[in-house]
Design a protein around this ligand. Sequence first.
Ligand SMILES: Cc1cc2nc3c(=O)[nH]c(=O)nc-3n(C[C@H](O)[C@H](O)[C@H](O)COP(=O)(O)OP(=O)(O)OC[C@H]3O[C@@H](n4cnc5c(N)ncnc54)[C@H](O)[C@@H]3O)c2cc1C
Length: 487
Amino acid sequence: MTFEVHPVPVGDIRSWDFTADVVIAGYGIAGAAAAVEASAAGADVLVLERAGAWGGAAAMAGGFIYLGGGTPIQTACGFADSVDNMTAFLNAAMGPGADKSRIADYCAGSLEHFDWLVECRVPFKPEFFAEPGWEPMGDQGLMYSGGENSFPFNTIAEPAPRGHIPQMQNKKQGESSAGFMLMKPLVETATRLGARAVYDVRVQSLIVESDGRVVGITARQYGKDVAVRAHRGVVLATGSFAYNDAMVTQYAPRIAGKPAASVEQHDGQGIRMAQALGADLAHMDATEVAIFVDPQQLVRGILVNGRGQRYVAEDTYPGRIGQLTLYHQDDTAYLVIDADAQDEALASLTPQLMLRPPTWVCESVAELEGEIGLPSGSLQSTIEYYNAGAARGEDPLLHKKPQWLRPIGSPVGAIDLRNSTGGFTLGGLQTTLNGEVLHVDGDPIPGLFAAGRSTAGLAAWGYASGVSLGDGSFYGRRAGRRAAQAR
Ligand SMILES: Cc1cc2nc3c(=O)[nH]c(=O)nc-3n(C[C@H](O)[C@H](O)[C@H](O)COP(=O)(O)OP(=O)(O)OC[C@H]3O[C@@H](n4cnc5c(N)ncnc54)[C@H](O)[C@@H]3O)c2cc1C
């Protein structure tokens, strides 16, 4: 894919097709948050959206927003939390390499951000969803979404669930989930405050003055070039580069060919446009990684690698399991689960799309080991060691919680999880905490702001569900506000 990304000198523009104080590219979560705040700050706001409607990946998302520090929902559900506790967790879980000043800033502002979402009429039901799962099947508003209550994080910070989910009934995963009930109120708020939107318009490059200040955007609409004037600032909110094969191969090759939890509009255009102006990048190798199996099965089995060895506590955040499998185990895993545990998972409260039948079923572990093709004796010694600990209620190797420990019996099966991961990119433009895009020289590029997955946010290597909608909305607001104040 090639892009028209070169900055266009303002002198080349003969007429403006649209003008506004603040021009926002992309009407997903970061764009909507920016539109609300820029409008509230008194700016005339225009959002340019490539698709035929607002929403982006955010409207399809599970809707987790990572919030904490003692939100009213956490308190109503009986969980104590503090800014320091949340900060300690995120510093550990988003790294290595996480931006500590951004995490501190985000955690300090989390309660205010929750209040802002509620003011924008995002509904949250004060009910905790306690089951293992990718997201609540019902309309519950709170869930563990980052392994906070699992090893090693339960030894680093006091466990508190922070995955806040907007209330939504009749969900259909991946098509119509709680992200819709995040987006709808935000877009309605922006519209009420006067923000305008143009759809089916695809931004392609930045318009600059001779001193480098960004003063507009060029775009394609119905086969025609259009020029859009931004009197105060441009906000890039066009999403990740998960669907740009060349960029993924260049920066995050492990997920090449396996985009997931993303939309094809995430083609990296916003990132390339700003790069063409000298913008700096960060954490381009970071990715969210899902593993395509149901957590109800994961917690009841043991995950082994190609050497028949366990490598992660199966009751942790499944996205962490995905990352560790893809990056540290060469995308090779087998979930060993006995017949009773499989039946229990099937009967659990959250049968979901990802519940999978065993690939192999055998009477003995030795037979299973042979069927899978694992080194002779490897799985047998893993299970012998695991079962001895489980009988004592302990997992000395990986510290799975006692509630999920039970010796593995017979018949015993295994689910083939080789090449069963996929995800989206987390890296992007380097920004200040006010959403200003930084030049490689370290200074903000005048007139240019960005937020969401076209920027590097909270996550450096690790991830927790809710971090994307969380930092996208949090720093989308900052970018919108700062753009409204510019020049
Ligand atoms: C099924 C699914 C489940 C998910 N669950 C969660 C979750 O529970 N919690 C969480 O935090 N994250 C979740 N995510 C990820 C999250 O939705 C995204 O990371 C997040 O929406 C990124 O925000 P954004 O504003 O950068 O991008 P988006 O919300 O996708 O918005 C970007 C917008 O820009 C538009 N655009 C792109 N290029 C152009 C262009 N050239 N010109 C004009 N417009 C353009 C796009 O069409 C889109 O509308 C999920 C994603 C999916 C698909």
